[in-house]
Design a protein around this ligand. Structure first.
Ligand SMILES: [Zn+2]
Length: 314
């Protein structure tokens, strides 16, 4: 048992329940909400609360909101969403990939101090505290700018003991580079979750990550490039190999997004791919796993034991 920061205050890990470890209440860019709220659609708060209430009714107890400041994190919206829906939400500190030009010369220690303040005192002048740290790298591997952020995240983790989630590019095995840097910083890799791990079907690589101590975010559903069924087959292989309690299945779903005139995927297509919202995991993926022969006992552990172990630092 441990106490962690939720956006409504301290939360006992025994209360986490069914937890989706990588989602977004609202995702855009830094400053989107106070400056250009119309980009997020109408009745924003109602849309979010309705969506989360459906999740709560369907048995989702907690979500980790993976929205950093550069993705447009608005801590008051997240807290109100949690309060009105009854879903526990854990907010994150750290940084995604939009590292500003004006970060030139900024040091890991400077960033660690900023992130630590968000964990120990509060975010954006509130007393709402972050409960997880995030760093991101993608196709190009860890760029020099991202390395500074990653080291800042590592140092904030060492000060606060709050765990780390990594956006990673698993088809390129970028996690190897990220873990090397965290090891150099002295991070115990059991406090690290490698996200978007189901963007690859390379079970050998994923097993290697698990062997380093990491948790795996199997957190893209329905996802692109790799089919949902292939993602579930990968999860089944890892369950069969004995790693159930180190997996963190989730969707990486955005409830509110920038409503572009010419989006990559239209709202209709998105809804066709996933009409279940945050219940896709329970209603589609768990059914696929059942049909593959996964027991109810194991299904009951998924999204419960892995997230709890991760936050407790087991
Ligand atoms: Zn995400």
């Amino acid at each position: 048992m441990a106490t962690i920061n939720s956006v409504l205050g301290p939360l006992d890990t025994a209360e986490l329940g069914f937890t989706l470890m990588h989602e977004h209440v609202m995702c855009g860019f830094a400053g989107v909400l106070p400056n250009f709220p119309e980009l997020l659609g109408e009745n924003m708060m109602e849309v979010v609360v309705d969506d989360l209430k459906k999740a709560k009714t369907g048995g989702i107890d907690t979500i980790v909101d993976a929205t950093t400041i550069d993705l447009g994190r608005d801590i008051n919206v997240i807290a109100e969403a949690s309060h009105r829906s009854g879903v526990n939400i854990i907010a994150c500190s750290g940084w995604w990939m939009d590292v500003p030009v004006f970060f030139a010369g900024i040091s890991p220690d400077q960033l660690a101090d900023l992130f630590t303040r968000e964990i120990e005192q509060g975010i954006a002048g509130t007393n709402i505290k972050a409960g997880i740290l995030k760093s991101a790298s993608d196709l190009t591997g860890v760029t020099p700018e991202q390395e500074v952020v990653l080291r800042g995240v590592a140092r904030a983790h060492l000060k606060t003991r709050v765990p780390i989630m990594l956006h990673s590019y698993s088809p390129g095995q970028v996690g190897r580079q990220q873990l090397d840097i965290l090891k150099e910083e002295g991070v115990d890799l059991r406090r690290v979750k490698m996200d978007h791990s189901n963007d690859t079907t390379d079970v050998e690589y994923l097993t290697w990550l698990l062997e380093q101590g990491c948790y795996l975010g199997m957190d893209r559903y329905p996802g692109r490039n790799v089919s949902p069924l292939a993602r579930t087959k990968t999860m089944k292989a890892l369950i069969d190999a004995g790693y159930t309690d180190r997996l963190c299945p989730s969707h990486d779903r955005l409830v509110l997004r920038v409503m572009a005139d010419n989006p990559m995927i239209t709202e209709e297509e998105r809804l066709r791919m996933n009409p279940h919202g945050f219940l896709y995991m329970k209603e589609v993926v768990f059914q696929q796993l059942r049909e593959m022969g996964v027991s109810e006992e194991t299904l009951n552990r998924l999204c419960v034991v892995g997230p709890r172990n991760f936050f407790e630092g087991d």
